[in-house]
Design a protein around this ligand. Sequence first.
Ligand code: GCW
Length: 658
Amino acid sequence: MNRAEPSWTDPAWLPPEAFRPLGTRRTLIRGTGPVAGTVRGEVAEACARFGGEVVRGDGTGAAYDLLLEMGDGGLGEEDFTCARHGGTTTVTASGGRGLLYGLFHVVRLGEKAFAGPRPGEVHRPATAVRMLDHWDNVAVHPVMGQVERGYAGGSLFWREGRARGEPGRVRAYARLLAACGINAVCVNNVNVHATEAHLLTDRIGEVAAIAGALRPYGVRTHLSVTFAAPVVLGGLSTADPLEAAVRQWWARAVRGVYDAIPDFGGFVVKADSEGQPGPFTYGRSHADGTNMLAAALAPHGGTVHWRAFVYDHRQDWRDRTTDRARAAHDHFAPLDGEFADNAVLQVKHGPMDFQVREPVSPVLGALPRTRLAVEVQATQEYTGQQRHVCWLGPMWSEVLGFRPQGGAGPAVGELAGHLVAVSNAGDDPFWTGHPLAQANLYTFGRLAWRPDADPYRVLDEWIGLTFPSAPERLVTGLHAVLDGSWRTYEKYTAPLGVGFMVQPGHHYGPSVDGYEYSPWGTYHFADRDGIGVDRSAATGTGYAAQYAEPWAGVYESAATCPDELLLFFHHVPYGHVLRSGKTVVQHVYDAHFEGVEEVEEARRVWAGLADLVEPVRHTRVAELFEEQLRSAGEWRDQINSYFLRKSGVPDAHGRRIY
Ligand code: GCW
């Protein structure tokens, strides 16, 4: 592969050129504090490059094109207004972050920010916390490596047991994040191993240094902690959340954290999940565990994000009564109303595990008295591992637009006060391994700011910022490659919502029965007659009944269940006729042939953009397309052959199946 030496100045959104419209203007800045200082620095740098000017003093009597002003009391700390009258564009904010977001708004608008009148608009984020969780280990893990499920090189923060000590790189990352509205980062893996446990106490200084590099761009730092910390770090004999000594230990530990990081965001906790310790050891509930940590954080304004990803990961495949999809709702719905005010239940968007197609988690509609965060996965564990183009904007947008109570009820984007993505960034020269995977990171940030935003418009923004003054052919080409890429990926991988069918362990590439007899609870139950999981209430696991109406009814019956989720909810014969009019097995064949053809077409479009994209970026994507095409072909052939062999039903179009 054609890899340059890692460098954090390589292409991403916000190249210097994106600042040209602003950098050629005269700007007056009124604001104080560290983040306002960042705004000043950004504008000064752009002006130095492009010939504009930062107007000095209070600006009285001076002419300026842009006023960036802090001081309006009526706005929240992150809000800003933008207007243009009489030849001056004015951004007003009450806090430094609002001013910074306003600056990036002007950069996004480009020349349009300085043309014609612009009526005053208020911009405010719909969600208070827009967070990236890094599954980064400090020490290289023997199985999971430096970054668990990381496909973008090493960690931005840690290397071989220590902090990298590269604040410039972290600051550059924070700048990209601020430009899409992300305001929080959790700097270590939710699986907290022995070395990482110490970040909470004796190694908090390393976290503080990272926090110092994130802060100028308004990004707060969070930390994953182990529930067993009082035992493994404090030498106590128990981590029972109701023990006074345990509660005191946490209170003291949290004080130490805030001494080092006064604006610390809080903890992220994976407890009693996939082997991580938790309150169950002591016969306590998730609410007991959460609230104990919440109590320690409350005096300092911190929040605990408690993950709902809890299920039996030692299942017996012979047992069809246990359903992993049910687990989060079974565990957490009964606890509604028991969680502290500064506790947030962090729920994966689907009931299983970030598959290319899942129903929206029923947990999101089941805890009206609990603060919720929705967790999506920007790192492409199950969606091509940043070797395949798979822009997830449309999927996330569907999730955020889902209304758990149906038509009149609130959408997931309104129910969740916090949005979280597992980060896809690392020390790769393009930040995300696949240069086009940057679009996922950017889109997440913008959807977190405005969950009902049109993802295709967000993609336009990313294109505009990444390729300033891109000719129409490039814009059209990028849309052609990215717009449908998630559905293309869905077509050539596991069909109709059935999920998994990946190689065990690393999860890349097809293995139809790879998890069929495993303890992980991810089965498809294919036999000679049919395939799918019966999750109906009438004859199956009852999962469908975890939804409110109308969804419980819609999913309960194979006749009303949406095609793309059919095998998630029902075990049907291969000849079952979908709502589309095709049989299940013919759909499988058609989708797999089409999916590979779509990859070929995307590769062709990309090849035709060679004259419009820097060679290093173009080459990287072109090389990855070769691998995507190979892998998609492998998926097609394995899945089609499997279905042909199981069902004995030939392809209606007589295409080659093995
Ligand atoms: O998606 C799965 C991954 C694990 C991950 C886990 C989780 C961090 O395969 O690697 O662990 O989910 O979300 O906790």
